[in-house]
Design a protein around this ligand. Structure first.
Ligand SMILES: CC(=O)N[C@H]1[C@@H](OP(=O)(O)OP(=O)(O)OC[C@H]2O[C@@H](n3ccc(=O)[nH]c3=O)[C@H](O)[C@@H]2O)O[C@H](CO)[C@@H](O)[C@@H]1O[C@H](C)C(=O)N[C@@H](C)C(=O)N[C@H](CCC(=O)O)C(=O)O
Ligand SMILES: Nc1ncnc2c1ncn2[C@@H]1O[C@H](COP(=O)(O)OP(=O)(O)OP(=O)(O)O)[C@@H](O)[C@H]1O
Ligand SMILES: N[C@H](CCC[C@H](N)C(=O)O)C(=O)O
Ligand SMILES: [Mg+2]
Length: 494
């Protein structure tokens, strides 16, 4: 990809180009990714100011910088593109630079508090069963067909996003399925993407540290439905909405394209009945209008996963996938890493590792565990640091109400004092814990060993919050940590 700096400047009213035109071969916002000919975008972030990396960028071969700062010292030979509003400038020039890759493929965006990753994996499985070449962008990883790439965010920033989409175009992906976080919608990470199908899973409390109110949070999510409604270069757009979630009204108010609704309680285009849960899967019957109802057995469990199955089916129908492929792919689906994942190491009790890190997620998972457990529920959980503090006591209360034994422990404390986080969670635990056994163990490994040590035949140990994560983020740095691995070790030591 090569474009002239002047060409980019011409797209931006009020932009000033200092130091002369130059040929640009990439756009980067991280000095560590700069190569020969790059335009280095200087963002003053939450932790560091990228202007301080200009010398590094120059040494690495940057040709120019993009900034909204009036005066910037740059080494000789580096041009400066000055703009009034950096984010607005990126919205325009990044998709242009990469020749709007999203226009070359179908784009399915999934938003909502919980269920995005699970739904995206289900959609990917259905599309692939129907013979499509599928890219996936989300929390766990990025995939292009079977090839896997790591990711730092659920939805990458606008630059990495356009680079990924350009790579997917080069590899002839037919469709990209992506999780679209509220942060992404708020920060313009999906600028320049024309969505074909937009899916809403649900809205419950999370991220109030960032959005402040549930109204702002809902408004950020609704942005995806503005985007899917925009007239662009594509035809056949659809919004897939959860009829049982009150926030769908907000999403619908932003939608100006056809809607497929799904639900279990309310009247909807797509529903499920005859749901039978087991620990390692469930049966359900999918009902879509006048079509013959389809009975499925799938390797996911819990009513919340019925919603994910319906959301994914809605997206597949919007993408005109044949009913036979939908049913066959769902029946062959075996689960998502770290989502209600069973750890089997020959023990006579169950161990489930799950990514629930919101009040609603916890409630769903603990209720599901209860429904499929004969003995007691032992819950191990905490809350992430540097994130929504108001969810801590709520999660504490839910854990104490729904489990029989509670082991409070650290999630990813990040820069916070781990013990202080647990104290905040505990304010929700204490009023409802009564005589139930309760421990507060800051070290997650000790907590998992403790919980597994208490388990008896027929019990279920539910380890919540970190799911697929194979690390723990502490003040001193990030360490290797995997709940599944630790649980296996603990079982092995019994
Ligand atoms: C609050 C927030 O959204 N922060 C995001 C933001 O970081 P930032 O701009 O504040 O970054 P910074 O670390 O201060 O760095 C500033 C600039 O200096 C640059 N830099 C930095 C170091 C260096 O050596 N050289 C260099 O050039 C950085 O590339 C950056 O451009 O931009 C980064 C690049 O896109 C993101 O990775 C980062 O996400 C952080 C890691 C994060 O934790 N975000 C969470 C809140 C988030 O976005 N979560 C949602 C998921 C929510 C959900 O699914 O429930 C997500 O989509 O991931
Ligand atoms: N539809 C749902 N409704 C409520 N809770 C759910 C739903 N689906 C999954 N969960 C719970 O939320 C956890 C996270 O699920 P998943 O990873 O699919 O969601 P996500 O929206 O991608 O989360 P994140 O925002 O962190 O990326 C699961 O481990 C489960 O506990
Ligand atoms: N174990 C996690 C889950 C984080 C989920 C993530 N999507 C976010 O909140 O950004 C934590 O709280 O650290
Ligand atoms: Mg996710």
């Amino acid at each position: 990809m090569v474009k002239r700096l002047q060409e980019l400047a011409d797209l931006l009213p009020g932009a000033r180009l200092l130091g002369g035109d130059a040929e640009i071969t990439s756009i980067e916002r991280d000095s560590r990714r700069i190569g020969e000919g790059a335009l280095f975008v200087c963002i003053s972030g939450a932790h560091v100011d990228a202007h301080s990396f200009i010398p590094n960028a120059a040494r690495a071969g940057a040709r120019a910088i993009l900034t909204e700062r009036e005066t910037v010292d740059v080494p000789d030979g580096l041009s400066v593109l000055h703009v009034q509003d950096l984010q607005a400038a990126l919205d325009v020039i990044v998709p242009y630079f990469y020749d709007y890759p999203a226009r070359s493929m179908r784009v399915i965006g999934i938003t909502g508090t919980n269920g995005k990753t699970t739904t995206s994996y289900l959609v990917r499985a259905i599309l692939r069963h129907a013979g499509k070449r599928v890219g996936l962008i989300g929390t766990i990883q990025i995939m292009m067909e079977d090839e896997v790439f790591p990711t730092a965010n659920t939805t990458p920033d606008v630059i990495v996003m356009q680079q990924l989409l350009a790579e997917m175009r080069a590899r002839s992906m037919d469709t990209v399925v992506m999780e679209v976080s509220s942060h992404a919608l708020d920060q313009g990470r999906v600028a320049g993407i024309e969505f074909d199908t937009a899916v809403f899973t649900n809205l419950t409390q999370d991220h109030l540290d960032y959005h402040k109110t549930m109204e702002n949070y809902a408004r950020a999510k609704a942005r995806l439905f503005d985007l899917v409604s925009e007239a662009g270069t594509k035809a056949g757009k659809t919004a897939v909405l959860n009829a049982d979630d009150a926030a769908s009204a907000t999403m619908r108010a932003h939608t100006r394209c056809p809607v497929i609704s799904y639900g279990v309680e309310s009247k909807a285009d797509l529903t499920a009945r005859d749901v039978h849960l087991a620990q390692d899967g469930m049966e359900l019957t999918l009902v879509h209008g006048e079509a013959e109802p389809v009975k499925l057995h799938i390797g996911l469990t819990g009513l919340f996963n019925v919603y994910n199955v319906l959301a994914a089916t809605g997206a597949a129908l919007a993408e005109k996938m044949p009913a036979a492929d939908i049913a066959a792919a769902l029946c062959a689906f075996t689960g998502v890493p770290g989502r209600f994942e069973l750890v089997r190491a020959g023990q006579d009790f169950s161990v489930i590792v799950d990514y629930a890190h919101t009040p609603d997620g916890m409630e769903n998972v603990l209720r599901t565990a209860r429904a499929v457990t004969a003995g007691r529920i032992i819950a191990v959980f905490g809350c992430g640091g540097d994130r929504d503090r108001t969810k801590r006591p709520i999660m504490g209360r839910i854990g104490a109400e729904l489990a029989d034994i509670v082991v409070l422990t650290s999630d990813n404390p990040r820069t916070e004092d781990p013990a202080a986080i647990l104290d905040e969670v505990e304010t929700g635990v204490l009023p409802v814990i009564g005589a139930k056994p309760y421990e507060k163990l800051v070290d997650r490994r000790t907590a998992i060993f403790h919980a597994i040590g208490r388990a008896k035949a027929g019990d279920t140990v539910v380890i919540l919050g970190k799911g697929h994560e194979n690390y723990q983020i502490l003040k001193g740095g990030t360490i290797h940590f995997d709940d599944r691995e630790t649980a296996r070790e603990a079982i092995g030591g019994l």
